[in-house]
Write a protein that binds this ligand. Structure first.
Ligand code: ZN
Length: 435
């Protein structure tokens, strides 16, 4: 037995707590966590005085040619799900999971392509649903890669998979309907903007199709979000210079403006590398007193495999709300460095997102060779350094502790026959050797 078993007293306490709470977890995880289920738990959550919920953010979800070649399972069938198997519980345990979908699903009548004119198999989006994504941004420099048809079809495929989206739109009406999610009794609005579309034109007469960074629009949209009931406003930006590890003057300018307009949380992406994170003092029109900005989340999955671009981030913001005093605040900000494994066989490039901190007992060490482990450790150190460079208040998730809790959940699940499905899920997802 491993170390975790030695602290049996605490273990039993934790186990008890988990046994009490596991039915709820099971409800969220067994089914596709739809809006209906979430709002029911919202009502339950409101009964207590203080509620908390966790929002999880990752960076760019790219689909380069090597990725779909690897995921091919037949002449025109693909399966990307295994890319997320190692981080699945980390993404699924959150109340809300977000990423930047930096591609287009224009269908198989157009050749599938990587850079520079992305067109990805629909299965790429199916895997995002499998991984637990609730909402993606669709405003980025690749939004118009396959023209208007590509935009419209992508939104349909996201809808079919039950994944929310913001940043590109079907109509003026769609554009004006701000995305607001109900998270444990709190309404959170989501807006998204990109610096441009790589010179590909936005159709004439349809400026609403993609949100471009526009200071007047940002101001108006935040006001519209508040009118639509958003208590927290989260703004996504696709901006910055590629491969630059610090925010540039343009990023700072637009973020300052967005803070002044009353945004609570700001999440950036595009540079393909992680830039620092920090807290900021919110404007009086915001809900939070202290807001949060992640300047660039880096790549979450891609075929960019050089230093800094193969490192990603799972960023968690835990929001607490005291219903009696009607105050909302970020009670915890923590993160897990991630790293994308690429198989070395040039004919079979495997892409798997790993938590960059793994115990050596983990099953994956069977195929992570020395070089891969070196690069993973390098990414881990790089990410820790950048995440601590502007603030010391964002914590690194202790994966050993986290996995211990997962193990406890697994035991709890196996003791409850009605939770067989969860037990099976855990068994398949974790596959951790604990001896
Ligand atoms: Zn980009």
């Amino acid at each position: 037995m491993g170390n975790w078993f030695k602290i049996g007293g605490i273990g039993l306490l934790v186990l008890g707590a988990i046994l009490a709470g596991i039915r709820f977890q099971h409800g969220l995880q067994a089914a596709n966590p739809g809006q209906h289920e979430k709002s029911r738990s919202d009502r339950e959550a409101r009964k207590g005085s203080i509620t908390t919920f966790k929002m999880t953010f990752v960076g760019d979800l790219m689909c380069h040619e090597a990725q779909f070649n690897n995921a091919r399972t037949g002449p025109n069938s693909y399966d990307f799900r295994s890319c997320y198997d190692e981080v699945l519980p980390l993404l699924k345990e959150s109340d809300f999971t977000y990423g930047n979908f930096e591609s287009v699903c224009a269908g198989s009548s157009v050749p599938y392509m990587g850079y520079p004119g992305f067109n990805s198999p629909d299965e790429f989006i199916e895997a995002l649903d499998y991984a637990g994504f609730d909402l993606v941004s669709t405003a980025n420099n690749h939004t118009m890669d396959q023209g208007e048809a590509g935009v419209l079809r992508s939104l349909s495929i996201l809808d079919q998979n039950g994944i929310g989206h913001t940043g590109s739109f079907r109509s003026q009406h769609d554009h004006d309907s701000v995305r607001v999610e109900y998270l444990k009794g709190t309404r959170v609005g989501f807006l998204s903007y990109t610096y441009g579309t790589n010179g590909r034109p936005i159709p004439e007469g349809k400026p609403w199709m993609v949100n471009l960074i526009d200071t007047a629009a940002i101001r108006t949209d935040i006001q519209v979000a508040r009118k639509a009931g958003a208590e927290l406003v989260t703004v996504f930006f696709h901006f910055g210079n590629e491969n630059e590890r610090e925010p540039n003057a343009a990023q700072k300018q637009v973020v300052q403006h967005t803070i002044a307009c009353g945004a609570d949380i700001i999440i950036g992406a595009h540079p393909h590398v992680i830039q620092p994170v920090e807290f900021f003092k919110c404007a009086p029109s915001a809900t939070l007193d202290t807001g949060f900005v992640a300047w660039s989340m880096g790549n979450f999955i891609s075929n960019q495999y050089w230093r800094y671009t193969d490192a990603g981030l799972i960023l968690n913001l835990t929001i607490s709300r005291d219903h009696a005093r009607d105050s909302i605040w970020i009670s915890k900000a923590d993160y897990i460095p991630t790293w994308v494994y690429r198989g070395r066989d040039p004919r079979k490039k495997q892409h798997v997102v790993f938590p960059a901190e793994l115990p050596l007992t983990h099953h994956s060490t069977k195929y992570l060779n020395e070089d891969a482990i070196y690069r993973m450790k390098e990414a881990y150190a790089d990410t820790r350094a950048v995440m601590a460079s502007y603030t010391s208040k964002v914590a690194l998730v202790n994966m050993q502790e986290w996995m211990y809790l997962e193990r406890m959940k697994y035991i709890a699940a196996s003791m409850h026959p009605q939770l067989k499905t969860l037990a099976q899920l855990r068994q398949r997802e974790m596959v951790v050797d604990w001896r």
